[in-house]
Ligand binder design. Structure first.
Ligand code: ZN
Length: 311
């Protein structure tokens, strides 16, 4: 498989208003796409990312108001990590403190990691990394570009028993083990040439409780391929490995296939093309509600049912 790294992460949240305020105002991401859940157009599907929603920077949410919170644990993506330069550690420590966001600090494979959660309890991290990361963050009035979130650094999957997931990553998905930390039961895998945005960590603590889906948990993680050809090749590799793979689906901004890995996490492979500017100009990404063709006729009713979002 020719996987280039992480593409997006999709999680479940409760209140879209609080969610937008947190990701745009506190973390300084851009709301890059405002659309609806194609299976339930009475709820939003919102995408956050860098200036253009570069693959590897997109965090997306479905909203299930009133549903119970999940529990982060084994069988899940337990953390989604953002990359910032090592020199930005003090800035983010101060910013999380100013916003009264509880966090912990940990040393991991040579970098310092700030760990915290979003308003729904989703596990987030900022990795202040010594590795070069040339990706350009979205400009935010309170966050100098030098300190902005570059995009994903990595995702962490927690599995009390990770051998079959590790085998799939290495034997079928083209990942390679690049480092491990035995004391914390963490193994890091890299896709393609590696670097921030192309890492997946497997955490295998023997005693992790089983995770429960719900608000504040990840629904799926998507990996990047360049185009349809690479995606269809990946599809046949997943099938050869015995996975139950979906047909290719058109998600408007990318094309996708899905399969559940042996540890229970839903994996997606998504194309870099066509991207988020396919239905609105880059300058105004995320400012207007975009609907798929089947819902255009119902636009006024759909818009009336959705809460206004903070700007
Ligand atoms: Zn997805």
């Amino acid at each position: 498989m020719n996987l280039l790294g992480l593409h997006h992460v999709t999680a479940m949240a409760g209140d879209p208003v609080a969610n937008v305020a947190f990701y745009t105002r506190v973390l300084g991401l851009r709301l890059i796409k405002r659309t609806v859940n194609f299976d339930d157009p009475s709820t939003y599907h919102l995408y956050f990312g860098d200036t253009v929603g570069t693959p590897g920077s997109a965090l997306t949410f479905f909203y299930w108001a009133g549903q119970p919170r999940g529990r982060i644990g084994s069988g899940q993506v337990s953390a989604t990590a953002w990359s910032v330069p090592a020199a930005s550690l003090a800035f983010w420590t101060a910013r999380l403190t100013t916003h009264l966001l509880p966090f912990s600090t940990e040393s991991r494979l040579g970098d310092t990691v700030l760990r915290f959660t979003d308003p729904d309890g989703l596990g987030l991290e900022i990795v202040a990394t010594h590795e070069p990361d040339a990706r350009q963050p979205w400009a935010h009035p309170e966050i100098p570009v030098a300190h902005g979130l570059r995009g994903f650094h990595s995702v962490t999957l927690t599995h009390t028993s990770s051998a079959r997931t590790a085998a799939l990553l290495v034997s079928t998905m083209g990942a390679r083990e690049i480092s491990r930390e035995d004391a914390t039961h963490r193994v890091r895998y890299a896709f393609a040439t590696g670097g921030p945005g192309a890492y997946l960590d497997l955490l295998a603590p023997p005693d992790a409780p089983r995770g429960q889906p719900g608000l504040g948990t990840v629904h799926h993680v998507a990996f990047r391929v360049a185009d349809d050809e690479a995606e269809l090749a990946a599809r046949s590799e997943w099938q050869k490995a015995g996975l139950n793979v979906s047909p290719q689906m058109d998600r408007n901004y990318f094309h996708s296939i899905y399969a559940r890995e042996p540890g229970g996490v839903l994996f997606e492979i998504a194309t870099d093309t066509p991207g988020f500017a396919i239905d609105e100009p880059l300058e105004t990404l995320g400012t207007n509600l975009k609907l798929p063709a089947q819902y255009e006729a119902h636009r006024s009713a759909i818009e009336a049912a959705l809460p206004p979002l903070p700007t």
